[in-house]
Design a protein around this ligand. Structure first.
Ligand code: SF4
Ligand code: SF4
Length: 176
């Protein structure tokens, strides 16, 4: 039995090597040859739109707060109908570590990671992406979600001026 085991231990590695040599190679000659990344691959961030075409981002700064390397910045603004949006939105991809925390933190599913991974640049300043570079015309991975259908748009009427709303309390009336 010992002899058989020794022979097997000697021959088996050669057999495995020979079998592997005869297999079809799996090496991809990148960049000449490219495989499409998986649909849910997590690379460059995008800003998506809701099904009505509106910008999903409400400039809440949560992604910016969650980002461990502080590479997201923006300026909030408000439309006449009370809908918030980012007047400008900037991501410095030279600092981004593609951790995905910004996408996890986003309450409106606005910021998402796209499969685009090949966007190297010679100049680091070219990796600073502005809102027009980030905003896409689709909903990304959650095309049907519309944050404003759940949350509603901000109150623009004076306090007490909306349906089913009580007027503001007169704080003076609480005084002794
Ligand atoms: S993926 Fe991570 S590092 Fe990059 S912007 Fe989002 S939170 Fe910041
Ligand atoms: S992308 Fe999302 S988390 Fe970031 S500011 Fe816009 S709504 Fe908030």
């Amino acid at each position: 039995m010992t002899l058989f085991r020794d022979i097997k231990g000697t021959v088996q590695p050669f057999w495995i090597t020979l079998r592997t040599m005869l297999r079809k190679p799996v090496t991809v000659q990148y960049p000449e040859e490219q495989r499409p990344p998986a649909e849910r691959a997590r690379a460059r961030m995008i800003l998506t739109r809701d099904p009505d075409g509106g910008e999903r981002c409400v400039a809440c700064h949560l992604c910016s707060a969650a980002c461990p390397v502080d590479c997201i910045s923006m300026q909030a603004a408000e439309a006449p109908d009370g809908r918030r949006y980012a007047a400008w939105f900037r991501i410095n991809f030279a600092r981004c570590i593609f951790c995905g925390l910004c996408a996890e933190a986003c309450p409106t599913l606005a910021i998402q990671m796209s499969p685009e991974f090949a966007f190297c640049k010679d100049d680091p300043l070219d990796l600073v992406y502005e809102k027009q570079d980030l905003l896409v015309d689709h909903g990304g991975k959650n095309r049907d979600y519309n944050f404003y259908r759940h949350a509603g748009i901000g109150v623009v009427n004076p306090r007490g001026g909306n349906d089913d709303e009580y007027g503001p309390v007169d704080v003076k009336s609480n005084l002794p």
